[in-house]
Design a protein around this ligand. Structure first.
Ligand SMILES: Cc1cc2nc3c(=O)[nH]c(=O)nc-3n(C[C@H](O)[C@H](O)[C@H](O)COP(=O)(O)OP(=O)(O)OC[C@H]3O[C@@H](n4cnc5c(N)ncnc54)[C@H](O)[C@@H]3O)c2cc1C
Length: 371
């Protein structure tokens, strides 16, 4: 049986960032991906926002890795000329009844160390963005956007030029501990090999990979809930130049339908949220009215007929309907008898922003295992 040092399951932005990071120190790395190319799932179905870390509980991994990840990401984008823009973001209150929530969010974010945030009144916002409905808002100058495909392409190049291999059209369907390594099986060609370390970065399927390895995903609360988010684009010139968000809903499920811009300055609204039973990326055109209503709450004077169905993404959530906040799970499973398995479960937003910080965290775990 062939022997490999490190297997990374999943060529999304997180698996690829891990591959790029590990390839600086280790040579024997294989990335196994079930699709025929990288970034075909959640990593290319998101808002491409580099988040500043405003929303997450202090001391959570989401907060820490987002704040660290933003800086790493800007550094890489600048060094490697990956298309990105620090366009800034406004979270706005549109009614008096929202002002207390806005101030609380501001205080919480400041206590997370985000000293660059500013609380603005209506006049100040109008100078920055004259076409919103804001009566007050939080301005985040560090928030930006990135071309996620170019970012993933960069990680692929770094990893491959250091000797890592990416194997496409290969779905892992067996993961068995046979000390000191794992036996990894690929569905299509019945091929089995041994890997000393396995990093489970399988996005929407990461709970299933943990289960293959023998973990009880229900007892450990690893089971993922699929939460779909649709987008509609605005088929006219954008009346805003930065990202405009409403106040987030109390449920922590999503951030509320917001206005994002891509690198071509195309305005999009979304994502909304709906828990679903099976993966389905279709966007229902009948939702145009709902999206229009949410959009004009933050940006008035939009044209109803310009709301066009766009794409959707699916969040791999540990938090089920009605549950409270759940953090990322990034765990070396050695204490559960699975030395060499690193699980990454529930890597929803801000996973794109945090990808390099996650990769550095995984690097430390790998170094500990290899000692
Ligand atoms: C609607 C939406 C909007 C978002 N917006 C933002 C944002 O603006 N900013 C931000 O920071 N984050 C955002 N996110 C989160 C971000 O997109 C994700 O955190 C990130 O893309 C996760 O990357 P990943 O590599 O973990 O997963 P994925 O991109 O899902 O990659 C996992 C890979 O594993 C592969 N795989 C699965 N099972 C197997 C198997 N058995 N064998 C082989 N391969 C397998 C899959 O094919 C896939 O390619 C958003 C997410 C959603 C859904």
């Amino acid at each position: 049986m062939d022997k490999i040092g490190i297997t990374i399951i999943g060529a999304g932005v997180v698996g690829l960032a891990i591959a790029a990071e590990l390839s600086r120190k280790y040579t024997d790395i294989v990335i196994v991906e079930k699709n025929d190319s990288f970034g075909q799932e959640t990593s290319s179905r998101n808002s491409e926002v580099i988040h500043a870390g405003i929303y997450y509980p202090v001391d959570s991994l989401k907060s820490k890795l987002c704040i660290e990840g933003l800086n790493y990401l800007y550094e890489i984008c600048e060094k490697a000329s990956i298309p990105h823009r620090r366009i800034g973001k406004l979270i706005i209150a549109t009614e008096d009844s929202e002002l207390e929530h806005l101030e609380m969010l501001f205080e919480k974010a400041r206590s997370n160390g985000l000293s660059e945030l500013r609380l603005l009144d209506k006049k100040e916002i109008q100078k920055l963005e004259p076409n919103t409905n804001a009566i007050a808002g939080i301005y985040s100058p560090k928030t930006g956007i990135v071309d996620s495909h170019s970012l993933m392409g960069y990680f692929v190049n770094v990893a491959k030029s250091a000797g890592a291999e990416i194997v496409y059209n290969s779905e892992v369907d067996l993961l068995a501990k046979e000390n000191p390594a794992f036996v990894v099986g690929l569905k299509e060609d019945q091929y089995h090999y041994q890997s000393r370390i396995v990093i489970n970065s399988a996005g929407l399927y990461s709970d299933k990979i943990s289960s293959l390895a023998g973990l009880d995903i229900v007892r450990l609360k690893y089971r993922l809930h699929l939460c779909k988010g649709d987008y509609f684009c605005y088929a006219k010139a954008s009346p805003v130049s930065m990202l405009i968000y409403p106040l987030p809903p109390e449920t922590c499920v999503g951030l509320g339908v917001h206005a994002t811009l891509d690198m071509g300055s195309r305005l999009r609204f979304g994502p909304d949220h709906k828990y679903i039973d099976k993966i389905d990326y279709k966007v229902d055109p009948e939702k145009a009215g709902q999206f229009y209503d949410a959009a004009i709450k933050i940006i008035p004077n939009l044209e109803r007929d310009a709301m066009v169905p766009d794409m959707s993404g699916i969040r791999p959530k540990i938090q089920g309907p009605g549950d409270s906040f759940r953090d990322f799970i990034i765990k070396d499973e050695s204490d559960r008898g699975l030395n060499g398995l690193i699980d990454l479960i529930g890597i929803e937003s801000p996973g794109l922003t945090a990808c390099v910080a996650i990769a550095k965290m995984v690097m430390k775990m790998v170094e500990d295992i290899m000692q």
